[in-house]
Design a protein around this ligand. Structure first.
Ligand code: PGA
Length: 248
């Protein structure tokens, strides 16, 4: 399975930040390997610019959200097929910031994920516990129940990715211990294998939450980790490429 190093720019970046995309493209020219894929999910306003800048490069461009419907009266929203047409390959679904800011629920996330792969995008479905859940010893239960309820009904071979992102680790500089990360990923892997059989072993699992150049090697080296979803450290080409290099 390929390792995926995915950057989530969130609501950050001006037009001049697209120079970072050019730098990543140049960096990947020399660093690209068969085994590691690189993806950046910029604000959707910059999607087509980013896709144009990546022409001929191995860097993929994704989106941070999509609507569950294919089209219609949904002012301000964007459908998965529009993102696909604009050149996106992946879309992040159910990030904790969307669950919080936009009250997104597991069933909505499952419907969005279905819309994504119907449109030909690979959904990156995010799950993760709050600090309160972790302190109460409920992290595994919460995450596994989110997983079960956020998975879409889908064609048997439709590709999708799961990102485990403990909410309290996002943007805080805190991370779970390596043991806690591996333990959670092993639980997610077991649940996917129980549901999908053989295929469950091949669904990529990303870790997200304060992944940086200096902790990436340890985290990416864990058994059930197939990549990272990186926020803050993906905004600078130098940091993103340093994490990519740790995965390569
Ligand atoms: P962070 O964000 O790397 O800044 O913690 C990760 C994410 O929210 O995807």
């Amino acid at each position: 399975m390929q390792t995926l190093i995915a950057g989530n720019w969130k609501m950050n970046g001006t037009k001049s930040s697209l120079e970072e995309i050019d730098q990543i493209v140049r960096g990947l020219d020399t660093a690209t390997t068969e085994t590691v894929e690189a993806l950046i999910c910029p604000p959707v306003i910059w999607l087509t610019d980013c896709v144009a800048r990546c022409a001929g490069s191995s860097l993929k461009i994704g989106a941070q959200d999509c609507h569950e419907a294919e089209k219609g009266a949904h002012t301000g929203d964007i459908s998965a097929s529009m993102l696909h047409e604009a050149g996106a390959s992946h879309v992040i679904i159910g990030h904790s910031e969307r669950r919080q800011d936009h009250f997104e629920t597991d069933p909505l996330i499952a419907r969005k994920a279905k819309a994504a792969f119907t449109a030909g995008l690979i959904p990156i479905i995010c799950i993760g516990e709050s600090l309160k859940d972790r302190q109460a010893g409920k992290a595994n239960t919460v995450v596994l129940s989110q997983l079960a309820a956020s998975l879409p009904q889908m064609a048997p071979d439709a590709p999708f990715i799961i990102a485990y992102e403990p909410i309290w680790a996002i943007g805080t500089g805190l991370t779970p211990t390596l043991f806690e990360i591996q333990d959670m990923h092993a639980g997610i892997r077991a649940a996917l294998s129980a549901q999908y059989g053989q295929r469950g072993a091949h669904i990529p699992l990303l870790y997200g939450g304060s992944m940086k150049p200096d902790n990436a090697a340890d985290i990416l080296g864990l058994e059930d980790i197939n990549g990272g979803l990186i926020g803050g450290a993906s905004l600078k080409a130098r940091d993103f490429l340093a994490i990519y290099a740790e995965a390569a």
